[in-house]
Ligand binder design. Sequence first.
Ligand code: LLP
Length: 390
Amino acid sequence: NESDAEATPPWWQTEREALLALADTTNTPGYVYHAPTLRTRARQLTALEAVDQPYYAVKANPHPDVLRCLYDEGLGFECVSLGEVERVFEAVPQVDPQRVLFQPNFAAIDEYRAAFDQGVRVTLDNVQPLDTHPEVFAGQTIFLRIDPGRGHGHHRHVRTAGAQSKFGIVPDELPQARALAAEHDICVQGLHVHVGSGITRAEPWADIAAFLGSLAEDFPDVEILNVGGGLGVPERPNGDRLPLDALNERLSAFKQSHPQYALWMEPGRFLVAEAGALLARVTQTKQKGEATYVGLDAGMHTLMRPALYGAYHDIVNLTKLDQPNVQTVNVVGPICESGDVLGYSRRLPATEPGDVMLIATTGAYGAAMANIYNLRPRPNEHLIDPSADA
Ligand code: LLP
């Protein structure tokens, strides 16, 4: 029941003591992933009757323990590079390669060769490779990624369809793809669309299914329609949730009229974002002009999303979680850029060097996008599974 779920405090409040202990015994900054939350989200997805097979978009968080946990819940894996494919096989050696999708864009031709050798499913994002290297694709089974002409998402950098985006094959080019496939004995088994990331409305996926269903009429071998990922999560505490029931209903209606197709989805963020939190320690505070700064050992190198997209992440003082907010501060990192701000104008208790801060909803595209700019180290990562420890 979704309203119950929203009334429940976030997992990190319940796990506060364990998290403070972890911050004391390991180096900060460190990401913590909560296995029970991963399982809850995975089960919400596998419960959607209209979705025949859900895949996890590995790019959101490729930590091996996260991959194992989601595999145990019945998810396949969507990979954008051979590095991600390799990570999946390392973390989950028993995975059926047919449950692994290789969906790169602008990949070198050798990457497709290697993917076919490994037996994973390959999606082409462009017709050109079929024309320039037909020998690599001859006799193989592939998916085609289509651009439906309109993108969605929380920021223009993450809208992956439409004239301004580099992704997908425009429908006008499909006759050429079909001719090349016929000429080289290539089976087009599936069609794919991914329009963007951080979508909190239920409509786009059923629209995509309808769009793909109409194109599939011209591809006799197509059995699978992959409507992509992009399922959003609330940025702020008590923010709106994507209505999963409505999403399921709309996709079910499509399936009733098109029972010949299996429907796949491939979310990343939905599965892992809320299961992750970033722990960081206060290094220094500073009063300057009108502004108060709270400096952390985490910065834009640890979590790029605020600097890159202006994304909002809730920030709390975990050490002083029960103390009243008495000041308004900018929470900043140690990187030599003025944009190294994790949160502007945040209300916090009297915060001092040594306090442990928690940055919420950072399980997706947090550690995955961390880097060593200024030669500062990458964050630690830990999966905790309190139910299993009990
Ligand atoms: N499928 C494809 C083909 C994708 O390109 C992506 C994400 C996904 C699935 C998963 O999307 P999700 O369900 O996680 O929204 N770094 C950005 C997000 C970039 C998403 C890239 N593609 C962020 O932090 O918001």
